[in-house]
Design a protein around this ligand. Sequence first.
Ligand code: PHE
Length: 359
Amino acid sequence: MHGRLAFPDVCRISNLPMIFNHPEYDAHEQILHVCDAEAGLRAIVAIHRSRDTIAAGGVRFRPYPTDDDALTDVLRLSRAMTYKNVLADLPLGGAKSVILGDPARDKNPALLRAFGRVLERLGGQYMCGPDIGTTADDMDVISEETPHVGATNQQMGSSGPPTALGVFHGVRALAAHLGYGTELRGLHVAIQGAGAVGSDLARHLVEAGARVTIADVDVQAVETVREQVNVAVVSPDEILSIEADILSPCALGGILDEHTIPSLEVRGICGGANNQLREESDAERLRARGIAIVPDFVASAGGVIAGTAAAGLYPQAEMPGKLEGIYDRALAILGQATADGATPHEVAHRMAARMLGES
Ligand code: PHE
């Protein structure tokens, strides 16, 4: 056994979770499982591609049914961050982290600071920002331990508004692709989710003359939007099957699948939620139904575009151009997909791989 590590027997149990064989592994550069028992922190940090610089991506805080659900989620999300950052022309790699727990119950300053210390020990390879279950206030707490955090209150505040503006540019591109022209007047958009992104998107669309129908499981969130913007409201079970021109998923991911796609009554999809397809093959399901989709990692880039500019990772003066660039990128991907008879996801993946030098 000379020169070799003697593994304890427990490491030979064949049903240990497999990282290298994990279906979503995709040659991640680094996956860190973190446990800080004292602070009650359990988290996974996944760095997909660092591109020899900094990998940026949000920190999601939510309870997962199983550890493998958490791992699967963070791997898929961090891979999507690489595509998102590359296609948004950001000089950054992609990463993501998940904190396992219920933010309403488990989130506290000691836990967030423990998470900040993990980032500090990573030495700047990874810069986090907010995601589902975390806010600018949480980024402030993390920043007490490390400078490798974006979208704090001092830097920017909520990443909702720039994300919503980016989705709006994506919706404009989709409308142009579908032949509605650049005028959104009369266009009917169904928005799933009245959170920070969905509510702000509703405002942009209504200002541009579009008609908006919105739904959220949070009745209060829907009421708040209705008080401020002229929108129609339907129940969360109805929003995925109402007749509209465009569907904009702005809540959780995984909502487009073999059950929901057959009942969609829209011509196109563009929203801010991450990982809207349950499986890669759902892109083909949409294509077969003639429904065009702006890949979520293109449409939802506004938050990271603004957040990383505010954090000083590239010149602030370039920020508005990159945000508006979502329009051109989305239009190019949709046009190429039509020309090739491919799905927009395939085209976008190919484009990103080329830009990463991986094809
Ligand atoms: N949660 C954001 C996303 O999914 C990531 C983000 C990173 C936001 C840095 C702001 C700042 O794109």
